[in-house]
Design a protein around this ligand. Structure first.
Ligand code: COA
Length: 386
């Protein structure tokens, strides 16, 4: 009811198979359940590794009970629980962007949306396809896709690991009532030298006008392990017949397609917010990621909702790894926990924050030093809303 939709009886077993029931929080008004919040137990890729993260979801308050502080209480309870479980991070997709900043979540991966004119898409050299493509029945996709996904995931900050249940209950699920006017979900796989290297999950929304096909191809997910594999799966998608527009959702903002095509403008790209991240245990989170340089930095961090992170933190990066300790005296930079989250996976630089007036440089050159340390080679990407 909070989202204005309904969960069908037949969906319950699917949801049960992926939910940690002991992480489901309820708020009651007397006997009446009025709000929920839940969390998945994820492993999230961060620069240089991966670490446990709570995947916050199912947050809703009945319209009859909104704006009385119930969400705030749910967030309090949940973040204390996440901390107790020893998960250094929490992540989520926000239904509305202004909701979660007050709880310390910062925009940590942007998402790109595509509404391409199929007939105007052409690839730069090499113009001839390589490898081969095959349609894989959804029942068999679970045996092929996870390996490709995992190879991409391990290199991409912002992606999380999927269990077998997750694949079958969510990513490969295709209940008719969720098709929204489209046809069934298809899976295509690209083989290069006999090895599966890319896949796409997509559906067609057929439409005709005066005898002319004006279909839409809606992409659920498309990814490849190498530049060639990525190029070939997208070449396949842009080649599907009877389609006028190709629509992609939650693509990475540095998608290589932008440099693969002759006319990128015809992709009609827009950028929005994607994954939101909270540093629940600041020292553990900073220790766990990799850095591009060996150097030190002292951060003054303000965390109004999780006070245990507030203070001055010294980050020392050496060959043996990163050390994070409490420090005294003046920090090099001052910022909020929300802003630090925006730099954590590499979505924004400290210079970006400075241009937005969101970080204070107290030691000259500290912003440049922070950016050298935190530099990553690719934009973070979370391909799936959960
Ligand atoms: C969003 C939602 C969970 C908020 O619940 P709530 O109990 O009304 O929120 P609270 O009363 O605890 O508000 C906490 C703070 O968030 C703010 N806030 C709440 N909803 C907001 C919204 N949609 N946009 C901006 N700010 C919002 C409140 O103003 C309040 O601000 P304050 O801390 O400055 O006082 C609820 O309105 C809802 O269920 N909406 C529909 C479903 C949804 O969008 N869920 C979120 C999924 S990601």
């Amino acid at each position: 009811a909070a989202f204005g939709g309904e969960i069908k009886e037949e969906d319950i077993p699917r949801w049960r198979s992926v939910f940690d029931l002991d992480r489901l929080i309820w708020a009651f008004d007397g006997e009446l359940p009025v709000a929920t919040a839940a969390a998945h137990t994820f492993q999230l890729t961060v620069p240089g590794g991966e670490l446990p993260a709570a995947g916050v979801t199912f947050v809703g308050v009945l319209p009859s009970h909104r704006r009385r502080g119930i969400l705030r209480q749910l967030m309090r309870h949940q973040l204390d629980d996440v901390r107790g479980r020893g998960e250094p991070l929490a992540i989520l997709w926000a239904s509305e962007a202004p909701i979660y900043g007050r709880f310390g979540y910062g925009l940590a991966a942007r998402a790109m949306f595509m509404d391409a004119e199929r007939s105007s898409v052409s690839f730069r050299a090499p113009s001839r396809p390589t490898g081969s493509v095959r349609l894989v029945p959804l029942e068999e996709a679970g045996g092929v896709l996870p390996d490709i996904y995992d190879r991409v995931r391990r290199e991409t900050p912002g992606m999380f690991g999927r269990t077998e249940a997750w694949w079958s209950a969510l990513r490969l699920a295709d209940p008719e009532h969720e098709r929204r006017g489209g046809g069934p979900l298809f899976c295509s796989v690209i083989d290069l030298d006999g090895s599966p290297e890319a896949y796409a999950l997509y559906r067609l929304e057929g439409s005709w006008e005066g005898g002319i096909p004006r279909g839409k191809l809606q992409i659920r997910e498309a990814l490849g392990t190498t530049p060639e594999a990525t190029r070939e799966i997208w070449r396949f998608l842009f080649g599907v017949d009877l389609v006028e527009r190709v629509k992609g959702w939650a693509l990475p903002v540095d998608h290589p397609l932008q440099l693969m095509l002759a006319d990128t403008r015809r992709l009609h790209l827009t950028v929005g917010d994607g994954l939101w991240l909270r540093l629940v245990d600041l020292p553990a989170a900073l220790r766990a990621r990799s850095y591009a340089e060996h150097a030190s930095l002292v951060l003054g961090v303000d965390d109004a909702f999780c006070e245990w992170n507030t203070g001055t933190w010294r980050l020392d990066v050496a060959a043996a790894g990163a050390e994070v300790t409490r420090a005294n005296g003046e920090p090099d930079l001052r910022l909020t926990i929300e802003d630090l989250a925006s730099t954590y996976l590499g979505a924004f630089t400290f210079a970006d924050l400075a241009r937005a007036g969101r970080v204070e440089e107290t030691t000259e050159g500290a912003i440049a030093r922070a950016d050298e340390l935190f530099r990553t080679s690719r934009a973070p990407w979370c391909p799936e809303v959960f």
